[in-house]
Design a binder for this molecule. Structure first.
Ligand SMILES: Nc1ncnc2c1ncn2[C@@H]1O[C@H](COP(=O)(O)OP(=O)(O)OP(=O)(O)O)[C@@H](O)[C@H]1O
Ligand SMILES: [Mg+2]
Length: 153
């Protein structure tokens, strides 16, 4: 399925609005694919107010939401060794009130939780405004809202 940026954002906001915790969502795809765009839309949908940063330079952000859970947005792009994951507090993640959004989960492949959603974004040849979106369920995570994507919402 190919989505424009506004469609991707619309879906992210539905996810954020309806998601339950605990939840791990991995965001895969190449540089510039739209992982941060989607993560920020999920945070906005969950009621995070104010500026939602891109974690490219700071790789860990935690936001409280009006619905009582926290959005944890992590970018592992610069993580080279598993010791750095420990320093980040990776092993403490997964509390019952946390929604964890992980960019570049490839850098923690051996330490991923067994129950999770994986969203993979790819460029679409010939159209710079579209991204293909694949969703995979691994283990038994809670439901991922808005999937299959309903674009009329
Ligand atoms: N259909 C689309 N969906 C999402 N982003 C799009 C789309 N079309 C164009 N874009 C643009 O692609 C860029 C996506 O940037 P973003 O920072 O979200 O990528 P990223 O996957 O997080 O990259 P990085 O691996 O560097 O963190 C933005 O500039 C956005 O405007
Ligand atoms: Mg990013």
């Amino acid at each position: 399925m190919n989505l424009t940026e506004s469609e991707l954002i619309g879906w992210g906001e539905v996810i954020g609005d309806e998601i339950s915790s605990p939840m791990f969502v991995l965001l895969r795809g190449p540089l510039g694919a739209g992982k941060s765009v989607l993560a920020r839309a999920i945070a906005r949908g969950a009621g995070v107010k104010g500026v939602i940063s891109s974690p490219t330079f700071n790789l860990f952000f935690r936001y409280s939401t009006l619905r009582g859970f926290q959005i944890v947005h992590i970018d592992l792009y610069r993580i080279a060794k598993s010791e750095e994951l420990w320093e980040l507090g990776w092993q403490d993640l997964g509390a019952s009130n946390e929604i964890i959004l992980v960019e570049w989960p490839e850098h923690a492949e051996e330490m991923l939780p067994t129950d999770r959603w994986e969203i993979t974004l790819h460029y679409v040849e010939g159209d710079p405004n579209l991204r293909s979106v694949e969703v995979a369920r691994v283990g038994s995570p809670l439901n991922l809202p808005g999937f299959p994507v309903s674009l009329n919402k």
